[in-house]
Ligand binder design. Structure first.
Ligand SMILES: Nc1nc2c(ncn2[C@@H]2O[C@H](COP(=O)(O)OP(=O)(O)OP(=O)(O)O)[C@@H](O)[C@H]2O)c(=O)[nH]1
Ligand SMILES: [Mg+2]
Length: 302
């Protein structure tokens, strides 16, 4: 436990120093008055919670301050932390023992999809699962090469296709291959695409549909990888992807290089999207199951 918290604490240094540290410092022996809430509002928005989530949170805190008769800002600290934690939920690792589980990973260019897939492959392999990678990013030969390098490093099989071939066809073949091999987990890497490009979003819908044709019920998990350094922009991306492919979770990549950790709360609160994993670095073992308590404690830790 100690080690997990240390990992989170170390990785969240930027968010802590640049944004939430200011919030932690705000709490002290001062009286709570109207300006306290104004100041907190500004700090939370700076920390990238977004205006809606910030206002919702502070309204609730203000009610609780009245209810409990709190008078000093240091009494507010526990309240704000508890309410922030309440915005999040603790995810569970997907159960991967119901026959082949197909996980499709989407997101905008460069968000961290391929790296996250490699990390997931390593994680599930270490759990004793038979993993298969499917390179459905057929736009760039380099993208397939990149996933192949990871497949070698993690030592898991991979299905690739010729450059510019139909990503739906590779997905179909990949899932069929996984079924034939008795894979427990089939991880589908897709090409990065801008959420505003109509044709590319139609294409990802098709890949999603084709997965269901190869195996009814697939993809069982459809996760978006969000680059947390992009803060509130990531929310707009997730909204667009959710419309296209029925997302049921998010992976938050690059939390270790982001100062915008507050977007984590907005993703959960405004999109109702559970956060399953967090990328806390570039190494294979840097993908962690999202840990709500470690996250909130780390960003405030002095
Ligand atoms: N520090 C850090 N870097 C990360 C993390 N996840 C991904 N990266 C880096 O982000 C860069 C882009 O990662 P990719 O996995 O290639 O992103 P992608 O979404 O597959 O990109 P496209 O396929 O081009 O859309 C790489 O340099 C990764 O090493 C993370 O959690 N922490
Ligand atoms: Mg990629």
């Amino acid at each position: 436990m100690e080690n997990i918290f240390k990992k989170w604490r170390d990785s969240l240094e930027k968010t802590r120093e640049v944004t939430f540290g200011k919030i932690a410092n705000f709490f002290g022996a001062t009286e709570i008055d109207d300006s306290s809430f104004d100041e907190l509002e500004e700090l939370l928005i700076q920390a990238d919670l977004g205006p809606e989530t910030t206002i919702k949170l502070l309204d609730r805190c203000s009610d609780l301050v009245d209810e409990r008769g709190l008078t000093r800002t240091d009494q507010l600290e526990g309240l704000v932390k508890a309410e922030l934690a309440a915005l999040l939920e603790q995810p569970e690792e997907p159960a991967l023992n119901h026959g082949p589980t197909v996980i499709m990973v989407t997101g905008v260019n460069g968000s961290g999809k391929t790296t996250s897939i490699a990390k997931l492959a390593a994680r599930y392999k270490a759990m004793g699962k038979k993993v298969l990678l499917v390179a459905a990013d057929t736009y760039r030969a380099a993208a397939m090469d990149q996933l192949e390098v990871w497949a070698k490093r993690v030592d898991v099989p991979i299905i690739t296709a010729a450059q510019d071939s139909d990503p739906g066809a590779v997905t179909y073949d990949g899932i069929k291959a996984g079924l034939a091999r008795g894979s427990d987990v089939i991880l589908i890497d897709t090409a990065g695409r801008l959420h505003t490009r109509y044709n590319l979003m139609e294409e990802i819908k098709k890949v999603h549909r084709v997965a269901g044709k190869a195996l009814p019920g697939a993809p069982h998990y459809s996760w978006i990888v969000l680059d947390t350094t992009t803060g509130q922009n990531a929310l707009r991306q997730a909204e667009a992807f959710a419309k296209a492919v029925h997302l049921n979770g998010a992976i938050l990549a690059k939390l270790d290089t982001s100062a915008k950790g507050g977007m984590v709360f907005a993703v959960r609160d405004q999109l109702q999207l559970p956060i399953i994993y967090a990328g806390l670095g570039e190494k294979l073992d840097d993908l962690q199951l999202f840990d709500r308590k470690s996250f909130v404690d780390s960003i405030f830790d002095r």
